[in-house]
Design a protein around this ligand. Structure first.
Ligand code: PEP
Length: 248
């Protein structure tokens, strides 16, 4: 039985004061939450995550990293730097990184490899755009995104990773994939991995992300291949985030 994982993606939101009250409220409400829980904060707040969350039931991580280990890469942050703040997770290949910052499948795979080389668990995002879904190429797109990582790191690497299926058209839009739509892609992902290694597929956590809210969380999380959520907007509100955590 896979333990569900609910991870908040705070994106470029927060301040020291806002984070303090959000984390205080989340920690206070963790009683009765059976899922694993994490928050992925902007880089400047990772020290705050460490001091506030160390020893608690809430893990933390970053939203991006460099594929380089060190060097003349102004503005970049390496995996070992994330380790200095005891990050457990790092999101790689979020659709906003892909679409706004031109991250290719190959670069995402490099970041995934860099994260794992440093002992971080990548939350590896895949998902199709609206036009790709309308063009009936969802499976081809997700397959291509997965193949970049599989070709570079191999199927066994997924024992130390989380996959997040995030249909781009559902992220931050208030439009959620129906449980059937989401389950179908999750089953496709698991089936693709199972064809390579059944044990890896059986243990793989595949989160759904895309306007998950308390009102739709239970039915999404009740699907057989949906093992948690990557939560954007609702992760900025303690009550909403905790309601999703409890639903998991
Ligand atoms: C996300 O940022 O990964 C996300 C799923 O956002 P939202 O929940 O706001 O759609």
């Amino acid at each position: 039985m896979r333990r569900k994982l609910v991870a908040g993606n705070w994106k470029m939101h927060g301040s020291l004061a806002e984070n303090e009250s959000l984390l205080t409220a989340i920690l206070a409400g963790m009683g009765g939450v059976q899922a694993s829980v994490a928050v992925c904060a902007p880089f400047p707040y990772l020290a705050q995550m460490q001091s506030k969350l160390a020893g608690s039931a809430v893990a933390w991580g970053a939203q991006n990293l460099s594929h380089h280990a060190k060097g003349a890469y102004t503005g970049e942050v390496s995996a070992t730097m994330l380790n200095d703040f005891a990050c457990k997770y790092v999101i790689v290949g979020h659709s906003e990184r892909r679409s706004l910052y031109g991250e290719s499948d190959e670069l995402v795979a490099e970041k995934y490899a860099a994260a794992q080389a440093a002992g971080l668990t990548p939350i590896f995002c895949v998902g199709e755009t609206l036009s790709e879904r309308e063009g009936c190429v969802t499976e081809q797109v997700v397959s291509r995104q997965l193949d970049a990582v599989l070709n570079k790191c191999g199927v066994a690497s997924l024992t130390k990773a989380v996959v997040a299926y995030e249909p781009v058209w559902a992220i931050g839009t208030g439009v959620t994939a129906t449980p059937d739509q989401a389950q179908a892609v999750h089953a496709f992902i698991r089936g693709k991995i199972a064809a390579l290694d059944a044990d890896v597929a059986a243990g793989l956590i595949i989160q759904y992300g895309g306007s998950m809210k308390p009102a739709n969380a239970a039915v999404l999380l009740g699907q057989p291949d949906i093992d948690g959520g990557l939560i954007g907007g609702a992760a900025l509100n303690a009550e909403e985030f905790l309601a999703i955590c409890r639903a998991a």
